[in-house]
Design a protein around this ligand. Structure first.
Ligand SMILES: [Zn+2]
Length: 184
């Protein structure tokens, strides 16, 4: 009689979703790629990771097929602070993507210059040669000095020699042009 009672007692203990379970740390999504998964997780018991739980409110969120927009939406409408954080985290790589898209030629040539070798030292003969050639081009052909900032021109140079990194427009005005004209 006493035995049966204690058994029953154990049973009810096990069946009841305990307070501990609610507090349980959620497991991160396997193979997660989106920053939004920082704010969602799964119970250990949920082996297939089917029930997405919000770490903030512990509410379940439906997001089929790895679609994270519902998760972002949940943060957006329920947890402004976390949503802001998620956007900040997401913003880091996204911002650089936008940068690449804006002046594609310059960005590409920069990446290429690193891929094809270390940039020339500014004291090297080759660097001087090219810089002087640009200065000569500016003077002889009477092209505006801001040409050195134009993406097409920069692309031309990086195609000819990816290791050459052009100095600033200011450097041409302050140093290279006076030097070409023999101004002390
Ligand atoms: Zn939530």
């Amino acid at each position: 009689m006493a035995e049966a009672e204690s058994e029953r007692h154990e049973e009810t203990e096990a069946a009841r979703p305990t307070h501990d379970e609610e507090e349980e740390e959620l497991l991160p999504k396997k193979g997660a790629t989106s920053v939004v998964w920082n704010f969602f997780g799964f119970r250990k018991a949920d082996k297939d990771q089917k029930v997405i739980l919000c770490k903030v409110c512990r509410g379940t969120v439906a997001a089929g097929g790895g679609n994270t927009s519902n998760l972002f939406h949940h943060l957006k409408i329920k947890h402004a602070k976390q949503y802001y954080e998620s956007q900040k985290m997401r913003g880091a790589p996204a911002a650089s993507k936008i940068k690449v898209a804006a002046p594609p030629l310059v960005q590409k040539s920069l990446a290429e210059s690193f891929a094809k070798g270390t940039p020339y030292d500014k004291k090297s003969r080759r660097w001087r040669e090219i810089t002087e050639a640009i200065t000569t081009h500016i003077c002889k052909d009477m092209v505006p000095i801001y040409t050195v900032k134009k993406p097409g021109f920069r692309e031309l140079l990086s195609t000819l020699d990816p290791r050459y990194v052009m100095p600033s427009r200011k450097h041409f005005t302050a140093v290279e042009l006076p030097r070409l004209y023999g101004v002390p």
